[in-house]
Design a protein around this ligand. Structure first.
Ligand code: ZN
Length: 303
């Protein structure tokens, strides 16, 4: 129980002393009036999940004097940002009328710890137990490595990615790390929080992780139907990961074959974009047959 001295040494008994009147008679303190029920202004946030399904959400800013602390507090409303990240993860990985059999893990609290550190962010179980999660997020990264117009979007993107780690399964510790990271970026992609530098590519290995694997999962979901990634996550809950059996049961063929299909699909997609650009340039030619300058501009813009 590192860092929890209360577990070994008893706490002193706390004695509450009410204020005394001059004669020593206690002055009764009126109970605070019950606040009136306030209307919920953020109706979209509460519509998709009842409050009781949400974990306790906590925020710790380790250095308020760090420039990144001000950046963070200005860019987002922390309570709403965390709430929204949980909602995105639950709705994309669990809550669906089509997948009533998925079971979200019993995550009881998520603490966002904003602190100075190298890298971007990571998620870990807390000292208490695995049901209490900590997201560590770099103040240096937010302050220095993200342009001003993208700060809120990037904070939400990173938070959503890390929140997936608070709620996803890992096949009892046997799932490849690249698939874990791919699922996290698939959720980020579907929460419409992908950063501008992301791109689809089918080079290298399917489980290289992050958006590389995230876009592959997106292809699989489009091909095999909505809910595939929820079913994938559910398989990671109930069984250990044996690659051949896992993918054959989920998609009817081994993952290498699916990865090859994905490469072919991307080539087709790329060719279609190029053909469309050619059509655009041809049309421009026909409309302005004598205007060479106009044609050159269109050709350049289409690249
Ligand atoms: Zn991650």
């Amino acid at each position: 129980m590192k860092g929890h001295p209360a577990a070994t040494s008893p706490l002193p008994t706390l004695v509450f002393m009410p204020p005394q009147s001059p004669r020593g008679t206690p002055i009764p303190i009126p109970a605070p009036a019950k606040p009136k029920e306030t209307p919920n202004l953020d109706s979209t946030a509460s519509a998709s999940a009842p409050k009781s399904t949400l974990p306790k959400l906590r925020l710790e800013i380790r250095d308020l004097n760090h420039d990144g602390a001000q950046t963070f507090l200005t860019a987002v409303i922390a309570s709403k940002a965390l709430h929204k990240a949980v909602q995105s993860v639950l709705s994309l990985l669990y809550q669906s009328p089509d997948s009533p059999t998925t079971t979200a893990p019993p995550t009881r609290s998520v603490t966002l710890i904003m602190r100075s550190m190298p890298g971007v962010a990571y998620t870990t179980g807390s000292d208490l137990d695995g049901d209490h999660k900590e997201i560590h997020f770099s103040l240096d990264y937010i302050h220095s490595s993200v342009s001003n117009d993208r700060k809120a979007h990037e904070i939400m993107g990173v938070l959503t990615h890390e929140m997936v780690h608070c709620y996803q399964y890992n096949a009892k510790g046997t799932c490849p790390g690249g698939l874990i990271e791919g699922i996290a970026d698939w959720v980020r992609l579907h929460a419409e929080l992908s950063p501008p530098h992301w791109k689809k590519e089918a080079t290298g290995k399917w489980d290289a992780g992050y958006q590389h694997t995230g876009y592959f999962l997106d292809y699989l979901e489009k091909r095999f139907g909505e809910g595939l990634i929820r079913r994938l996550n559910e398989k990671l809950r109930i069984e250990r990961y044996e690659e051949k059996r896992f993918w054959t049961e989920l998609c009817g063929r081994p993952v290498e074959q699916l990865w090859g299909d994905y490469g072919d699909a991307l080539k087709k997609e790329k060719k279609k974009v190029e053909d469309d650009e050619c059509v655009l340039v041809d049309r421009e030619d026909a409309a302005t047959p004598t205007n060479k300058d106009a044609k050159d501009i269109e050709t350049t813009a289409g690249k």
